[in-house]
Design a protein around this ligand. Structure first.
Ligand code: AKB
Length: 394
């Protein structure tokens, strides 16, 4: 069948002649694959069905292809962040708003936001288990990037497997479908927890055996594989970083195995004592939140042709509870640290990487961390001392 072949840029809607495009036959539909027409945000390799098909992504057929829409007349992406009230969402919204404008970044959650968050920029209710709710948000707000932070972490996931399965797996399916249906650039974080006891642990490369033993880890391997599958099958612009344990001062993690590395700062300032739930010599990869959020923005902005893979390890430092305590004690010598091991968390930590090999991220999109252990501790101490001073003054 002769086709009039035209490519439509997802963002600027410019129509391009097919001269440089790669045409291939796929399940009865002729499709075109084009490179980005401009480096504008959201422009991406695009797969357009040459013949109209109409279906719901809820019932993907073997010959299905997702249509992409055009959404934006500016150069800025319109970003939706799910699970926005967790450890990372508010910080990421702040960073993205600085770059793309306050009203181009929407934070969402199913919980009520504290007033400072509510007043700092757009916030809406979004339930990732409700597909229609998600679709309405994406359409009404002309979303072009989706950062999917909703998830139950490792320790809490083990305490509530069915909820973790629903949120981390069923929720992810909704997110993938909505992103593919609307041609979004999708970021889903993965984790050191996506590896298991049979993975090489020191260092752990990007591609190796992944047999995690937690529902969190299983759901994250599933997310990596599904995202990459949608990328290859439907042209979804899926991007994924495997985060180490993230350490932040003004937001708390919840239900993770690496949470001790945040809690120690709170307890040091509150009581001068800290009881650690991991053994003193448990070595895990860790990262300061600013590095993590910057990495996320950088991989989202990276031109598609620089990404040789869609799921990257990122690394900064690696330490044990004992080493973290010693670094803190250099400035707070009175800090007392004791150990009362939580067997569930310890078993999880013992199955995770000790060091992460992130050479591909460094090579492909020039990833570079800023914070090592001394800078991390100094920054956290500065934050908590200022905070403590302010609290005393008020
Ligand atoms: C957890 O401990 O579960 C998370 C993670 C490393 O993914 N912080």
């Amino acid at each position: 069948m002769p086709l009039s072949l035209v490519l439509i840029c997802q963002v600027c809607t410019t129509q391009h002649k097919h001269k440089n495009s790669f045409v291939f036959k796929f399940c009865g539909f002729l499709k075109l694959r084009n490179t980005r027409c401009t480096p504008a945000y959201g422009c991406q390799p695009l797969t357009v069905a040459a013949r109209n098909i109409s279906f719901s992504p809820r019932q993907v057929t073997s010959d299905a292809s997702f249509h992409s829409a055009s959404f934006s007349d500016t150069d800025h992406p319109r970003v939706l962040i799910t699970g926005g009230l967790g450890q990372l969402g508010v910080g990421l919204a702040k960073l993205l708003r600085k770059r793309f404008g306050k009203y181009n970044v929407i934070l969402s959650d199913i919980r009520k936001p504290p007033s400072n968050v509510f007043h700092s920029g757009p916030f809406i209710y979004a339930d990732i288990l409700d597909y229609k709710n998600l679709r309405e948000i994406v359409v009404n707000n002309r979303i072009t990037w989706l950062v999917h932070y909703s998830a139950l972490l490792s320790a809490i996931g083990e305490a509530n497997v069915s909820l973790a399965r629903a949120v981390n797996i069923t929720g992810l399916h909704n997110i993938l479908d909505i992103a593919a249906e609307h041609g979004l650039r999708l970021f889903v974080p993965s984790t050191i927890g996506a590896f298991g006891p049979t993975s090489p642990r020191n260092p752990t490369p990007d591609v190796c055996v992944q047999r995690p033993r937690t529902i969190y880890g299983v759901s994250k391997v599933h997310a990596e594989l599904m995202g990459e599958y949608y990328h290859h099958r439907y042209g979804l612009d899926f991007r994924c970083l495997r985060y180490p344990g993230i350490i932040s001062a003004d937001s708390n993690p919840g239900g993770g195995t690496t949470d001790y590395a945040v809690q120690i700062f709170h307890d040091a300032f509150k009581s001068g004592k800290f009881e650690c739930n991991l053994k003193p010599d448990t070595r895990l990869p860790m990262m300061y939140i600013d590095d993590c959020l910057r990495a996320t923005l950088e991989v989202m902005e990276a031109p598609a042709d620089t990404l040789s893979m869609r799921t990257y390890n990122i690394n900064a430092m690696s330490f044990t509870p004992e080493e973290l305590a010693q670094e803190l004690q250099k400035q707070m010598p009175e800090l007392e640290v004791t150990y009362d091991v939580d067997l569930v968390r310890q078993a999880i930590a013992d199955s995770w990487p000790m060091n992460f090999d992130d050479s591909n991220a460094r090579k492909d999109w020039s990833w570079k961390h800023d914070y090592d252990l001394p800078e991390l501790v100094q920054t956290m101490l500065n934050y908590f001392s200022t905070d403590a001073c302010l609290a005393r003054a008020n």
